[in-house]
Write a protein that binds this ligand. Sequence first.
Ligand SMILES: [Zn+2]
Length: 339
Amino acid sequence: MSSVPVPPGPDSGEDTLRRFLLAGAPVRGESVSLDASWREVADRHAFPRSVRDRLGELCAAALLLSASLKFDGALILQIHGDGPVSLLVVECEADGTFRATAKLRDGAACPEDADLAALVNAHGRGRFVLTLDPRTDSPNRQPYQGIVPFEGRTVAEVLERYMERSEQVPTRLWLAADEARATGLLLQRLPSEGGHAWTPGPADRDSEAPKGAAPPPSALDADEEADEGWNRMQRLADTITRDELLTLPSETVLRRLFWQEPLRGLDLRRPRFACTCSREKVAAMLRMLGREEIESIVAEQGTVGVRCEFCNSPYEFDAIEGAELFLSESLAPGSQARH
Ligand SMILES: [Zn+2]
């Protein structure tokens, strides 16, 4: 992977998250391409193809949403399923790192071409959960959580409905993933008034009407024009195919879709895979299981072994290390240490 911060040319084979404005309409956008970072996720597990691809789409969607929310913390997307898949989860940190995993029910069959609904909403009891976690212990900064019933067939549809209903932000997503790449495009309609007021730029006005011919637009005209601009950008983006998303550099995708539109790039980030697991966190989790439980596992298996659900890293505690987990507890005054 290149270490150049902003590539002027093609970005194929790199991990990019770019934000842009479509200046001819009240529309902002983002495109994401996860290559090496997605393979870090996909290669650590042996998920069936349909599960892997839906998880990739959810990763792309999470990165896109994390860039659109002004929030200094972690964005966590979870889909709790009642079908062959019981959980899909993606965690994006404020620094652009992310990790993801899926949990399958024992013996569950996941057809190769299963859409998201078939995997997680087989009985109509799937749930979508969006969490904004400030990642601080301060009591004043509680995590925000939005929980909605599962609606839609695809990852894009579930996210679009959530954004429309819970955030009141018209949002469209185009997502695709395979074994090598997870990628996506997001368009969001900017509010017509308030902090992000949108007015058509001069270039764009010229293209819509002959100079001097149109009277100053009334509020209604401006609304209609904004509607038309939002619809036009969606129609353009709707022409993208899954194949194009998976094979073309994201810059090329944007050029092809919006070649007639004034597109202003805002910034470019480099998403990375990183897992936040550590031996200390695993130790804390084992302590919560309790001394008795750990002692019985050690007696039976000789060691306590735990694998991180996200990155699949193994953590092992032998008999001595298992006993040491509870050492500070037995030394603490007033503790319930047994001998
Ligand atoms: Zn891990």
